[in-house]
Design a protein around this ligand. Structure first.
Ligand code: PLP
Length: 366
């Protein structure tokens, strides 16, 4: 894969590598990889790059995974100046390790940085940071069915300063967590709670940025969803248009085979969504990004104009939506074959079981 327009010819960073002397033994690691869960176990190392307004990006390191020491006045703890990414490393049949469209995640991290007044990490450094971590922790990429190593790059304001302005000292890290199959015993449709009292984003807000604050804002409505027996929340904008779930985009399949996804400047642009829509286009489906009102959704399901609804994102890939619940209604959703068939095609590409026609994979190990 080439980096094309993001390739600015930057020289690679020289990472100082400090090995973790207390790294897990192969036996301990195998035990974790046998049943990794999601987001609870971490590999032996992490990547850390510093940034300052004076020195730019500097001190790139791979070091033992462990606590970060922060001044109590660090701006991130007070004003939430933070962004992150989520991307997976997949083990192929021949043992090699690949990731999926990392240039897209690198560019999105730059867009998030711009919105949160953080420095833009060059895409080359972003990709190199993934490589450096996999170079030391590659054995943590599991090889079981639907397993992967979830990589979590993140950046935050580290400067100790309580005044309100963009921080002049910033930290970038990458940590990694082995991830098991998101669904046990097959992909089951989820029940979605319609958040009528709370929004995750507003016009001109940070909805399109991958920033912790959006997730903080989604936690109370998410609790409300659990109280109503639902798995996830779907958010609307101020005009009654469908936006997305807390961490996944939404796609509607229409009776004529057209795929429609809500589009607005306050929706996060998912790379899974973009890939799924491309695979659908390759199959001859028409694809539209436009606003979709709640009324259109409910009436479309009632009339049969909408034949499938699903959510998509890196963690769970594709999840059919089985039920939409609001304060005074429960709408059963139609289910079909397309969501699962697109899911299979995408995961086949990611795990190297099918030809990568779009050049989406990047081999991470050397
Ligand atoms: C990360 C994220 C998604 C999904 O993006 P992918 O690139 O597909 O993982 C969707 N919505 C929100 C709010 C997100 O943070």
């Amino acid at each position: 894969m080439t980096l094309l327009d993001s390739d600015t010819g930057l020289a690679p960073l020289e990472f100082a590598v400090t090995k973790n002397l207390a790294a897990k033994s192969p036996a301990q690691r195998d035990e974790i990889l046998a049943n990794p869960g999601f987001g609870t176990n971490f590999t032996d190392h992490m990547v850390d790059i510093c940034w300052s307004s004076r020195g730019g990006w500097h001190r790139p390191r791979v070091q033992p995974y462990g606590p970060i020491s922060l001044d109590p006045a660090a701006a991130v703890l007070h004003y939430g100046q933070e962004i992150f990414e989520g991307i997976k490393a997949y083990r192929h049949q021949d043992g090699s390790i690949h990731t999926f469209r990392p240039d897209q995640n690198g560019r999105r991290l730059q867009r998030s940085a711009r919105r949160l007044a953080l420095p833009e990490l060059p895409v080359e450094y972003f990709i190199q940071s993934l490589r450096e971590l996999v170079a030391v922790d590659g054995a943590w990429v599991p090889s079981g069915q639907d397993q992967s190593l979830y990589l979590r790059p993140f950046m935050f304001a580290r400067e100790a300063f309580l005044g309100v302005r963009p921080a002049q000292k910033v930290a970038y890290y990458v940590i990694a967590s082995p991830a098991g199959a998101y669904f046990h015993g097959g992909v089951n449709p989820v029940t979605i709670w319609l958040s009528e009292d709370y929004a995750r984003a507003g016009k001109g807000g940070t909805g399109a940025a991958k920033t912790g604050g959006n997730y903080a804002a989604s936690l109370l409505p998410q609790s409300e969803a659990y109280e109503h027996g639902c798995d996830q929340v779907v958010f609307l904008d101020g005009d009654g248009n469908v936006e997305e779930l807390g961490g996944m985009n939404v796609i509607f399949v229409m009776k004529d085979g057209t795929l429609v996804t809500p589009e607005s400047p306050s929706i996060l642009e998912g790379i899974t969504r973009d890939s799924i829509l491309q695979l659908a286009r390759d199959r001859g489906h028409t694809v539209h990004g436009r606003s979709v009102s709640l009324a259109e959704w409910r009436e479309g399901v009632a009339s049969g104009d909408i034949v499938e609804v699903f959510a998509c994102g890196t963690a769970a890939v594709v999840t059919p939506i089985g039920t939409l619940k609001g304060k005074d209604f429960i709408d059963e959703q139609p289910t079909g074959e397309l969501a699962l068939s697109l899911r299979e095609e995408l995961t086949d590409i990611q795990y190297g079981r099918r030809e990568d026609k779009h050049g989406w994979l990047l081999k991470l190990d050397s």
